[in-house]
Design a protein around this ligand. Structure first.
Ligand SMILES: Nc1nc2c(c(=O)[nH]1)N[C@H]1C(S)=C(S)[C@@H](COP(=O)(O)OP(=O)(O)OC[C@H]3O[C@@H](n4cnc5c(N)ncnc54)[C@H](O)[C@@H]3O)O[C@H]1N2
Ligand code: MOO
Length: 400
């Protein structure tokens, strides 16, 4: 039986970053940058004022000095007025500082204060003298022209995207997002709103998987539910054009386990047990079409756990991310519970600041689907532990 780590290593060994595409900033949130973004110019672009006030010769602007205001420079202006001795220009925040000025006096440091006036006054009297260079934001002080402002490998969030824009770019090179198909198999499955007859159950795995794939930043391009019928499954799979196929059900040793029957030993796809509970029966490999196939066991909790342990890290790696793991924390067990010998237990749990407890009182059954509605995290209990004692230290994978 493979260990969890061995199975993950096999998966991550095949999940190389997808090719690079160039896309506009407004579509790039959450993508992974494939090449460094360099600034097209110095940031700031030009010496500009950090305050609404007056651009002055610092040497003239002593306390009590009266300065003649000879120009008015709003933000966006291209003016560069000459300033003779004893002269000043009214200037607004972000406007280019006249070449002749070497300091800015804020409005508050003049006799006229901050009273809003449409036109510049003729004269001001300095009430507080500026330091040399005061309130001038120098060209290039944030970044030099050509310097890297966002490094390859960065996940693009709002802050990084704004940096790209400031650096003069409206497109970015990013790894393609994985295109994913979700396929549920089982002749017992019906639509959630349908009325079940004996033997039927509502189909929920595709709902879980489609939402989980989207939450991982990948693109769900197809969702299918197929009966336990080889020909029907082959037809559905043949119609897909995706990077990843996530199937659930039919992965074990049952007489009608069609996923295994159809996919085992196509391409590099292999089925076999992984020493994890739940989620023991697993199939994985690269299909004849080049897509990654994840064949997860059908039990809903097994699907949830298998997605977190195997599928999500692969989707992130395909998208170009190197940080594919959820954060882990340690908590004390609020109650004791049993764990299966020889298998890593991955148990839906609820947490508070110091303790962890199973999400259901019923234990760790892979059919206990109601545990998913309340679970906040997954406890990871090593294979060699047979019982978690009350008060024991437990490693927990945090999901939010
Ligand atoms: N003789 C053995 N039987 C089983 C073994 C074993 O080792 N020997 N392993 C058990 C374990 S562990 C698991 S897990 C399951 C996995 O089996 P399958 O992958 O073939 O899953 P199914 O039998 O198709 O379904 C299992 C269970 O989940 C329900 N299900 C399936 N799909 C959905 C869906 N889309 N939405 C909601 N519920 C779904 C299905 O009705 C079954 O109840 O095998 C054990 N058996
Ligand atoms: O391995 Mo199964 O997923 O325990 O129920």
């Amino acid at each position: 039986m493979r260990t969890v780590d061995e199975h993950r290593a096999r998966i991550l060994g095949t999940a190389a970053p997808l090719p690079v595409e160039t896309i506009p900033l407004d579509r790039a949130r959450g993508r992974v940058l494939a090449s460094d973004i360099r600034s097209r110019w110095p940031v700031p672009l030009f010496d500009n004022s950090g305050m609404d006030g007056y651009a002055v010769h610092g040497a003239d602007a002593t306390v009590g000095a009266e300065l003649r205001v000879v120009a008015d420079v709003p933000a966006g202006s291209s003016l560069d007025p000459a300033l003779g001795p004893g002269q000043a220009a009214r200037i607004m925040t972000g406007a280019p500082v006249p070449t002749d000025a070497d300091a800015v006096i804020p409005l508050e440091h003049t006799d006229l204060g901050t009273e809003v006036r449409a036109d510049a006054p003729d004269r001001i009297t300095v009430t507080t003298a500026p330091r040399p260079g005061a309130h001038i934001r120098r060209a290039g002080e944030d970044a030099e022209a050509g310097s890297v402002t966002v490094a390859a490998g960065t996940v693009l969030g709002p802050w990084q995207l704004s940096s790209a824009a400031s650096a003069g770019h409206d497109t970015v090179d990013v790894h393609r997002s994985p295109r994913v198909a979700v396929v549920s198999t089982g002749s017992e499955l019906i639509a959630p709103s349908a009325r079940p007859v004996r033997g039927q159950i509502p189909e929920s795995n595709s709902v879980l998987l489609a939402a989980a794939v989207a939450s991982a930043g990948a693109e769900v391009v197809a969702v299918h539910t197929v009966a336990d019928d080889k020909a029907a499954l082959v037809t559905v799979l043949d119609g897909l054009d995706v990077d990843v196929v996530v199937l659930s059900g039919g992965a074990s040793v049952g007489a009608f386990d069609v996923v295994k029957a159809v996919l085992d030993r196509t391409g590099s796809i292999e089925f076999g047990p992984v020493s994890m509970q739940p989620g023991k029966p697993q199939g994985f490999g690269v299909g004849d079409d080049g897509a990654l196939y994840f064949c997860l066991p059908g039990n809903p909790v097994s699907v949830a756990v298998s997605f977190e342990m195997f599928v999500r890290p692969a989707l992130l790696a395909l998208a170009g991310r190197s940080d594919v793991d959820r954060p882990r924390v340690t908590r004390r067990a609020a109650v004791g519970w049993r764990t299966p010998p020889g298998r890593t237990q991955v148990l839906p749990v609820v947490l508070d600041d110091t303790t962890v407890r199973p999400a259901t009182s019923g234990g760790s059954g892979s059919h206990l689907v109601s545990s998913l509605a309340v679970a906040q995290a997954l406890a990871i209990v090593p294979a060699d532990v047979e019982r978690v004692g009350e008060g024991a230290s437990v490693e927990v994978m945090v999901l939010t």
